[in-house]
Design a binder for this molecule. Structure first.
Ligand code: PL4
Length: 503
C-alpha cells in the first residue's frame, strides 16, 4: 500500500473559512505500477500505524463525506487560526521603510567613518557594521524588495540570518547567556527534531515522557534507534517510556528511570498541558549530568506559561552542559504555515570525547538544510520588535480565553480535566474508556474532532486531548454541543457522576 496526501479546501466543513483539511488516502500498489528492486527501509517497516495527525485528518475527511451538511469543529490538531498581526505581515512584504533605511545607512556610515576618525569617543566601527547589517536585513528581506536588483537575495546563511539569531538570543534568552552563534534558525521545530535525530544517529538510546508528542518516537524509529513495536505493551523496544500522569503530577519518577543517552522532554507538555516547575527541571538536569545524558528540551509552547515556571531549560544552572533546546514561532506567532523555528546548541555541550556538539549540528544543518525562507525570517524579526511582541501577546491571550471556555465547560460536566493553565491543551480523563472509542463517539454525536490520547503513547489510553486553538465562535458552539451530549450520556460515561477538575 502507498499513502498519498491531498488537500481540499474545507470552507464548507468548518466555520473557519481558511481551514484546510488534509487527508491520506491508501492506494493499492499494483494499481500504480510495477515493483522496483528497492528493499524498503527496515526502520520504516517498523513504524506502527499512520502518523497520528494525518490519521486524524483522514477520519475528519471520512466524517465529512458521511455527514456532508454538518458543521465540523476541530479541537484536534494544534493549528493556529487567528490572523498574523498586520505589523508582522507588512514587514514581510512591504518596502515602506526602504528610503528611510537607506538614509540611515548613509548617516551611520558617515558618522562612523568620517566625522570622528581619530576620536576615542566615536561610534564603534563594530556597532556601525551591526547597524548597517540590521538595516540591510530589514531592507532586503521584504518580499517586494526581492523583485528589485538591489533587494534580491538568494541563499542565506544555513544557520539563519545573523540579525534574527541575535534577536532570538536577546528576546528569549537575554539573561541566560545564550549567544547568537548558538542559535540555529529553522523551518520549524518538527524539522529540527528530525535533524537532531540525524545528528544523534542510530546508536543512541532515548527516553520519552509517556504520553508524548509522537514525532520524537517516530523519528527515533525512522533513524533506527528502536526495536520493533510490541502490540501487547504498545511500546517500541529500546525506548524508555517515562510515565507522566496524575499519579506523579505529570513529572517522571527519575529514581525509577533507567539511563539513556538522550531524554526528550517537552514543557509545557504536549499533550498533557503540564509545565515542569523549576525544582523539577533542576532534578532533570541533575539526572542528565549524573548519567552523562543530553536533554532535548522542546519549548514550543513556552509563550503560554503564565505561572512563572521556566520557559527555557537554560534557566536551570548547569543546563548548558547537558541540554539542547528546540523552539518555534508556530504557536508563539501563528507561524504554523509560515514555518520558522530555532534550536539552541550551547558551546559547552560536548560528546564523550570532548568534541563540541555544536560543530556537528552546524555540519548537519549546512548539509541537509539551506536555511529558512528569508521572507519567514523577516517575519520572525518583525515578531520580535516591541510592537510585534505586543500584538502577538494579544493573539495568545485570545487562545487562552478559548481554553478557559472549554475548561469550564468540561469541568462543569464532571469530567476530570488536566493541563490547560500554561498550555493550549486540555487533557481530559475518560476513566475506563478506550480513547479511540471516545474520540469516535464524540465525533459521531457532536461533529467535534479531538485527539485520542493513545496516539501519544500507552499512557494516554483513557484520555482525549482537546485544543484551545480555534475561532471563538467554534469554542462556544463546541461547548454547547458537548454540554448537550454529555448531559444525556451519563450511562456511557458512569464516572461523570462526581465532578472534579484538577490542574
Ligand atoms: C501537526 C511539542 C501540533 N503536522 O510547527 P513546528 O514544526 O514548529 O512545531 C511542531 C511541534 C513541535 N513540538 C511540539 C509540538 O506540539 C509541535 C506541533 N504539534 C499538535 O497538534 O500536536 C501540530 C502537529 C503536525 C504533525 O503532524 O505533527
Amino acid at each position: 500500500m502507498v499513502s498519498l496526501t491531498f488537500f481540499s479546501s474545507a470552507s464548507s466543513l468548518s466555520s473557519s473559512p481558511s481551514k484546510i483539511v488534509k487527508s491520506s488516502l491508501d492506494f493499492e500498489l499494483k494499481k500504480l505500477g510495477g515493483c522496483t528492486k528497492l528493499v524498503r527501509n527496515v526502520n520504516l517497516e517498523k513504524l506502527k500505524n499512520n502518523y497520528l495527525f494525518p490519521e486524524i485528518s483522514r477520519r475528519e475527511v471520512e466524517h465529512v463525506k458521511k455527514h456532508p451538511n454538518v458543521q465540523l469543529i476541530s479541537l484536534g490538531t494544534g493549528d493556529t487560526t487567528e490572523p498574523i498581526p498586520k505589523q508582522i505581515t507588512s514587514d514581510m512584504s512591504n518596502v515602506r521603510f526602504i528610503v528611510l533605511l537607506l538614509f540611515l545607512i548613509f548617516i551611520c556610515a558617515f558618522v562612523g567613518f568620517h566625522l570622528f576618525p581619530n576620536s576615542s569617543q566615536h561610534i564603534n566601527r563594530g556597532q556601525v557594521y551591526t547597524i548597517i547589517k540590521c538595516v540591510q536585513f530589514w531592507t532586503i528581506q521584504f518580499a517586494h524588495a526581492l523583485s528589485t536588483v538591489e533587494g534580491y537575495r538568494g541563499y542565506g546563511l544555513e544557520q539563519g540570518d545573523k540579525v534574527l539569531r541575535k534577536a532570538i538570543a536577546d528576546t528569549f534568552y537575554g539573561h541566560l547567556h545564550v549567544k547568537s552563534n548558538e542559535v540555529f534558525v529553522s523551518d520549524g521545530a518538527q524539522s529540527d527534531i528530525s535533524r537532531i535525530q540525524l545528528l544523534l544517529g542510530s546508536g543512541v538510546t532515548i527516553a520519552v515522557q509517556d504520553p508524548t508528542f509522537p514525532a520524537y518516537i517516530d523519528s527515533s524509529v525512522i533513524i533506527g534507534q528502536t526495536g520493533n513495536f510490541h502490540e501487547a505493551t504498545k511500546k517500541y523496544q529500546n525506548v524508555v517510556y517515562m510515565p507522566c500522569g496524575p499519579q506523579n503530577s505529570f513529572f517522571p519518577d527519575l529514581s525509577k528511570t533507567p539511563r539513556t543517552d538522550v531524554i526528550f522532554f517537552c514543557s509545557p507538555n504536549n499533550p498533557t498541558g503540564y509545565v515542569a516547575s523549576k525544582k523539577q527541571l533542576h532534578q532533570l538536569v541533575e539526572f542528565a549530568k549524573t548519567n552523562g545524558s543530553i536533554i532535548i528540551f522542546d519549548s514550543a509552547y513556552a509563550a503560554f506559561i503564565e505561572d512563572g515556571s521556566p520557559r527555557s531549560i537554560y534557566e536551570i544552572p548547569g543546563a548548558r552542559e547537558v541540554a539542547i533546546e528546540i523552539s518555534s514561532f508556530s504557536k508563539f506567532a501563528g507561524f504554523t504555515g509560515v514555518r520558522l523555528g530555532w534550536t539552541i546548541i550551547p558551546d559547552e555541550l560536548l560528546y564523550s570525547n570532548g568534541f563540541p556538539i555544536i560543530n556537528d549540528f552546524h555540519r548537519i544543518v549546512t548539509t541537509s538544510f539551506n536555511g529558512a525562507s528569508n521572507i519567514a525570517q523577516a517575519g520572525g524579526l518583525a515578531c520580535l520588535s516591541p510592537v510585534g511582541l505586543k500584538e502577538i501577546r494579544s493573539v495568545i491571550n485570545y487562545y487562552k480565553e478559548n481554553r478557559k471556555i472549554l475548561m469550564e465547560t468540561l469541568a462543569s460536566l464532571g469530567l476530570t480535566v488536566y493541563g490547560g493553565i500554561n498550555a493550549p491543551y486540555l487533557w481530559v480523563h475518560f476513566k475506563g474508556s478506550k480513547s479511540w472509542d471516545v474520540f469516535a463517539e464524540i465525533l459521531e454525536k457532536t461533529h467535534i474532532i479531538t485527539v485520542p490520547g493513545s496516539g501519544f503513547g500507552p499512557g494516554g489510553e483513557e484520555y482525549l486531548r482537546i485544543s484551545g486553538f480555534g475561532r471563538r465562535d467554534d469554542m462556544v458552539e463546541a461547548s454547547r454541543r458537548l454540554r448537550s451530549f454529555f448531559n444525556t450520556r451519563t450511562k456511557h460515561f458512569p464516572f461523570l457522576s462526581s465532578a472534579s477538575n484538577t490542574n
